[in-house]
Design a protein around this ligand. Structure first.
Ligand code: OGA
Ligand code: NI
Length: 361
C-alpha cells in the first residue's frame, strides 16, 4: 500500500470508530440494529487470523481447587497452580451461588435495559468512578473487541448510589462477598510463598474496590474477531465470575486452553503486580499469564472481573518481596509506583501488552 492510501485508511478507521462511539450503545447497540456481518473495525488483520489456524486446542484444564479441603493441601495446590498456570478455578469458596447468579443477572439487566439509562453512564473520562463504554481502548487498539463493559473504581468503599439502579444491589452484594474471598486467597498465596498469612494483605494488595463487568453479545462472525484481546491483568490478583457461555482462554505451553464454565465456580488469576513481588524463588515464581476471550455465536457471555490492584492513588512503591530475594534468586524487577504503571497502561491499547518489561531491572 502507498503512504497516501494507508493515511486514508487510518482516517476512515478513525471516523468509523467515532461514529460507533457516538452511538453510546456499544456492541449491543450494533447487534440490535440487526447486522449479519461484523463492521470492519472489529476484523482482525489477516496475519493474526492465519496464525490462529496453527494453534491446537488440547483438552487440558486449569486446576480446580476445592477450598474446603485441608489447609496444607489447599496451600500446595494454590502454589503449584500459581507457578505453573497463573490461573486456577475455586469451588467451595464460601460465596452462595444465588449471589453469583444475582450478580450476573444484574449485569444482564443493565446491558439489556433502557438505552437512555446506559447512555447516562457512557464515558471515557478516567476521573469518573463508574462508567460504561465499549472497548475502553477503542482509539488505541488495532482492532476493536466484541465487548461492552461497565466498570467501577473506588479508592476505598463503593459509593453504591453511583452505580446504575439495575445492577446496584446485586453488584454491592457480590463485591462484599468477593472482597472477603480476595483476602482469603491473599492469605493462601502468602502461605504458598512461605510467608506469614497476612503478608500480602499487609502490603494493601486488597485496597480499593475495582471491577469490570463485561457483556459479550452474540457475534455473527466470531472467527473474525475477539471478545477480549490477549492481555495480562494490571492487578495483584483477579477474581473472575463467568456465566455459562464459554470464551475465556489461557495461554499455556504455547497453546490456548479453554477455561470451562462451572456453575458456582470462580476463577482466580495472578496479575502483573504479584509477579513483580515474587521474583524467581527456588521453584519458579507466580506467573501473570496471558489470556483472552474469543467471540461466540451464542450469547451473551457475561463476566465480572474483580481486581485486587492496590492503592494506586497514593505515593506507595512496590517491588520484590525482600524475604524472597537471595543470591540464587536475585531481584529481576525494580520498585515502581502503581500509579505510574496504571498511567502507562491506560495510555496504550490492551493489545500493546506492557507486560512486565516496564518493571525489569
Ligand atoms: C479481564 C478479563 C475475562 C472475561 O477483565 O481482565 O480477562 O472472561 N476478563 O471477561
Ligand atoms: Ni484479564
Amino acid at each position: 500500500m502507498t503512504g497516501v492510501t494507508i493515511q486514508q485508511k487510518n482516517t476512515d478507521r478513525k471516523q468509523m470508530l467515532e461514529a460507533f462511539d457516538e452511538t453510546k450503545t456499544g456492541v449491543k447497540g450494533l447487534l440490535d440494529s440487526g447486522l449479519d456481518k461484523i463492521p470492519e473495525i472489529f476484523v482482525r488483520p489477516s496475519e493474526e487470523l492465519s496464525e490462529e489456524l496453527t494453534y491446537k486446542y488440547p483438552k487440558i484444564e486449569v486446576p480446580v481447587i476445592d477450598l474446603s479441603a485441608g489447609r496444607i493441601q489447599v496451600v500446595e495446590q494454590v502454589r503449584s497452580a500459581s507457578e505453573k498456570w497463573g490461573f486456577f478455578q475455586v469451588v467451595n469458596h464460601g460465596i452462595p451461588s444465588e449471589v453469583l447468579d444475582r450478580a450476573i443477572n444484574g449485569v444482564r439487566e443493565f446491558n439489556e435495559g433502557d438505552v437512555e439509562e446506559k447512555r447516562k453512564y457512557y464515558s471515557r473520562d478516567d476521573r469518573r468512578n463508574v462508567k460504561f463504554s465499549t472497548n475502553y481502548d477503542l482509539y488505541s487498539s488495532k482492532t476493536a473487541n466484541w465487548r461492552d463493559s461497565l466498570r467501577f473504581s473506588f479508592p476505598d468503599q463503593i459509593r453504591s448510589e453511583e452505580l446504575p439502579l439495575s445492577c446496584r444491589e446485586s453488584t454491592v452484594e457480590y463485591s462484599n462477598h468477593v472482597a472477603v474471598l480476595g483476602n482469603n486467597l491473599l492469605e493462601l498465596l502468602s502461605e504458598a510463598l512461605g510467608l506469614k498469612p497476612d503478608h500480602l494483605n499487609k502490603l494493601e494488595c486488597a485496597k480499593g474496590r475495582r471491577m469490570s463487568m463485561h457483556y459479550y453479545p452474540a457475534c455473527p462472525e466470531p472467527e473474525l474477531t475477539l471478545g477480549s484481546t490477549k492481555h495480562t491483568d494490571t492487578a495483584f490478583l483477579t477474581i473472575l465470575l463467568q456465566n455459562h457461555v464459554n470464551g475465556l482462554q489461557v495461554f499455556y505451553e504455547d497453546q490456548w486452553i479453554k477455561v470451562e464454565p462451572y456453575p458456582g465456580a470462580l476463577i482466580a488469576n495472578i496479575g502483573n503486580f504479584l509477579q513483580v513481588l515474587t521474583p524467581l524463588v527456588s521453584n519458579g515464581k507466580f506467573r501473570s499469564v496471558m489470556h483472552r476471550v474469543v467471540a461466540n455465536r451464542e450469547g451473551p457471555r457475561i463476566s465480572a472481573a474483580y481486581f485486587l490492584s492496590g492503592p494506586y492513588e497514593e505515593n506507595k512503591v512496590y517491588g520484590p518481596i525482600e524475604e524472597l530475594i537471595s543470591e540464587e534468586s536475585p531481584a529481576i524487577y525494580r520498585e515502581v509506583h502503581l500509579r505510574d504503571y496504571i498511567q502507562k497502561f491506560l495510555s496504550v491499547g490492551l493489545d500493546e501488552n506492557l507486560g512486565l518489561d516496564f518493571w525489569k531491572i
